[in-house]
Unconditional design. Structure first.
Length: 331
């Protein structure tokens, strides 16, 4: 058992930490509530406890090495949206970092439903994080260490009518991340620095460019409309395959829109008539200005409108009103 090494003098309260983090200028993402409820129920290593009581060791390899992965699952009306796809990606990420899944698929599903049922909100985000656990600091994998499993929920404030109607602003930034961006790893420093640059310039998102290729956003996938074709980055190691990839493919096909996955150049970005952004938190939004220049006519365009309507419809179909999530037991 590894102890947290203390003591910490004049330790700031949990609330002041959370509040200060959120009151930094521009640093607020409107998908999340302004404060996290410290009393909300989280899950840590087999137990449901208040978020403020969830503590891990300073020797946790997630803390020391970012040796872990995560998932963010949107929940509408208490039903996880596209959960099977999130579960498949979670398992894929664990396999990619050679970490044996600490729960089986049925138990992951049960855990997610239990977290949902314990929150006050109908629309939520479930955050799941698994690290290789706490051990003596050494780069190579430790033997016989229990992975850390953490889950929490927050209220999901869906993109506003203003965001839908006006679109978002982005800047372009050099993609300085590692070469396994396909893994949903907690090693997000490159993404953090890029997003911060965007925020400091009054933009919502940073569009990342590696060796002339537009890969993705700091926390989103980027779609270009070029000659009436929706163009996304190929499924490869340079970008995370968002859960919205498969969804957008289906929605595009259903609405008669051609879709192509190929590397996109800076000049593709410059000539795109529309730029769209997708993620669990932003769902699907138009990017209407890049580096302070309008995209197309500076308004969300017809492809966005079509796909956005289809996205709303699929939420209705997948997470209909009047359903309740089932409580199942976690082993
Ligand atoms: C780097 C990156 N790419 C893409 C996405 C979109 O993935 P998803 O649609 O699964 O939210 C995210 C989501 O956070 C992300 O962080």
């Amino acid at each position: 058992m590894v102890e947290i090494i203390g003591p910490l003098t004049a330790r700031p309260s949990y609330r002041s930490l959370v509040m200060n983090a959120y009151f930094l200028p521009h640093a607020f993402d409107s998908s999340f509530p302004e404060t996290l409820d410290p009393k909300s129920l989280a899950y840590l290593n087999g137990q449901f406890i208040a978020l403020e009581d969830a503590k891990i060791s300073v020797l946790d390899r997630g803390f020391l090495f970012a040796d872990g992965i995560y998932e963010v699952v949107p929940v509408y009306r208490r039903q996880p949206f596209l959960w099977e796809s999130h579960l498949r990606r979670l398992v894929r990420s664990l396999n990619a970092i050679e970490l044996t899944s600490p729960l089986n698929e049925a138990d992951w599903t049960a855990l997610v439903h239990q977290i949902i049922d314990r929150q006050a909100f109908d629309n939520q985000f479930i955050y799941l994080q698994i690290t290789r656990g706490a051990a003596r600091r050494d780069h190579a994998f430790p033997q016989k260490v229990r992975p850390t499993v953490f889950a929490m929920a927050s209220e999901f404030i869906r993109p506003s009518q203003t965001d839908r109607g006006n679109g978002l602003k982005a800047i372009t930034v050099n993609d300085e991340r590692w070469l396994r961006c396909d893994i949903k790893s907690v090693a997000l420093l490159g993404n953090v620095l890029a997003r911060q640059k965007a925020v400091e310039q009054g933009a919502h998102e940073a569009i990342l460019i590696r060796d002339g290729v537009v890969t993705e956003g700091a926390a989103s996938n980027i779609w270009l409309v070029i000659d009436d074709v929706l163009v996304g980055h190929p499924r490869d190691n340079l970008a995370l395959e968002g859960i919205r990839y498969g969804l957008i493919e289906t929605l595009a096909e259903n609405s008669g829109l051609k879709l192509s996955l190929r590397p996109r150049s800076q000049s593709d970005l410059d000539r795109a008539s529309e730029v769209l952004l997708s993620s669990a938190t932003k769902e699907l939004l138009a990017v209407c200005a890049i580096n302070q220049k309008p995209v197309g006519n500076g308004q969300p365009g017809p492809v966005f409108q079509r796909l956005r309507a289809a996205y709303d419809q699929i939420i209705e179909t997948e997470c209909p009103a009047g359903q309740v999530s089932k409580i199942a037991s976690v082993a």
